[in-house]
Design a protein around this ligand. Structure first.
Ligand SMILES: Cc1cc2nc3c(=O)[nH]c(=O)nc-3n(C[C@H](O)[C@H](O)[C@H](O)COP(=O)(O)O)c2cc1C
Length: 392
């Protein structure tokens, strides 16, 4: 897939914006991605806004995620010959234009009617991998079509029905999703006051259920198809994909049904990381689900160094939770992440202006990343080490 060079010279977005200024044009909305949550409120109904912005319990984990980035600072280096830079990397053997992926974010149609289709198009236009959630508003096949030649991964919320699970995995492989991300931290939903206070849960309204509802194995278990009896389909699906915790001895089932790389998402403890690697998975994502699951938990960035120390030499460690700026990406990479995933910022971009809004967010993040890499004296993300950080 070829992405035009004016897009992949990431810092060019800065020039483009200033040149547009000569014609009286300004960006569609702010380039400060830390401010997007506030302005997204104007574009979303209160249920959707609460669902995206919300966190578990008191929000302590969500706040800790951001504070952990603030506690660490880049130490800029001078005269480093950083005029020419190369942000390319590889993740699990696949070449990526930058160390940034789009995190799995479910039910995107509550944010914008084009939902995951817009995300698939925007991600493909920049060559960035998207990770499609099991809780997608569109089917695996529809999203694959919108994504075209773009790189795509699939995130599994592990259904407790083996036949349905195998069927969904088979469809994902057939539709060109290369890597399986198994999310472990959301086997049941956390206590989320923003959603509870509005009695808001999209899945029980049949939103974010396109993948199971289009699945032959799932449909075979229904007396009537979901189009004729939505309530029955919801009643079958919700307890199938939420409410059952698993144990390590179930991992071979996934290997049996997925012949590509498998990544476990939601790892925070070095012992779990070791266990994952011993079990033969190909990578892990250090993530606390953006603070949406365990209230009062440690910041995901604070979990990263011990996990990298435990398994960094044996597997690829990806990171998410709290990334908002280019500097944040660099800090996670300096601490040993191979690449990062971004969640809420891209959902807010979608909320502001659909596919174009999402592209604006991604190009802003990547321009900021490129410029901060340059100004801190590096030519490639691979040059960063923990020594590049000052720690309060
Ligand atoms: C609205 C929303 C929906 C999400 N849905 C999923 C999902 O379906 N599957 C999943 O593994 N993670 C999901 N996540 C978590 C993200 O993949 C990611 O871990 C998190 O957003 C990263 O934190 P950040 O939002 O601070 O970038 C969701 C996050 C948000 C904000």
């Amino acid at each position: 897939m070829t992405v035009p060079p004016e897009l992949t010279n990431w810092s060019n977005y800065q020039n483009e914006i200033y040149l547009h200024g000569l014609e009286g044009r300004v960006p569609p909305f702010t380039t400060d991605l830390t401010a997007l949550g506030a302005s997204a409120r104007d574009h979303l109904d209160s249920g959707a806004f609460g669902y995206v912005a919300g966190a578990a319990g008191s929000g302590a984990t969500h706040r800790a995620n951001r504070e952990a980035f603030d506690r660490r600072r880049l130490i800029p280096r001078m005269l480093s010959d950083a005029t020419e830079r190369d942000l390319r990397t590889t993740v699990l053997g696949a070449a990526l234009p930058t160390p940034v992926l789009l995190a799995p974010v479910g039910v995107q149609s509550i944010v914008h009617p084009d939902g995951e289709l817009a995300t698939a198009r925007a991600a493909a236009s920049l060559g960035l991998p998207m990770v499609l959630s099991t809780a997608s508003s569109y089917t695996l096949e529809q999203v694959a079509e919108a994504n075209g030649e773009g790189p795509r991964w699939f995130q599994l919320y592990w259904p407790n029905d083996d036949e349905v699970c195998a069927s969904i995995l088979g469809r994902a492989r057939a539709a060109g999703y290369t890597t399986l991300v198994v999310t472990l931290d959301t086997w049941t939903l956390a206590w989320r006051p923003q959603d509870l206070d509005q009695s808001y849960l999209p899945f029980i309204r049949g939103v974010g259920t396109a993948i199971p509802f289009s699945d032959p194995a799932f449909r075979a278990g229904l007396a009537k198809p979901p189009e004729e009896d939505l309530d029955a389909a919801v009643l079958r699906w919700v307890p199938m994909f939420t409410g059952t915790d698993r144990s390590w001895d179930r991992l071979p089932f996934l290997r049996e049904h997925w012949d590509g790389p498998i990544v476990l998402k939601g790892i925070q403890h070095p012992d779990d990381a070791r266990r994952a690697v011993d079990a033969g998975v190909d990578g892990i994502v250090v993530s606390n689900h953006g603070g949406r699951q365990v209230d009062g938990a440690l910041a995901s960035l604070d979990a990263l160094p011990p996990v990298v120390e435990a398994v960094g030499a044996r597997t690829e460690v990806l990171f998410d939770s709290g990334i908002r700026t280019g500097a944040d990406v660099l800090k996670a990479l300096a601490l040993g992440a191979r690449a990062v995933l971004v969640g809420r910022p891209f959902a807010y971009g979608l909320a502001h202006a659909g596919e174009d809004g999402l592209r604006h967010v991604l190009r802003s993040l990547l321009a900021d990343l490129d410029l901060t890499l340059a100004l801190s004296g590096h030519r490639s993300p691979s040059e960063l080490t923990p020594d590049d950080l000052w720690h309060r």
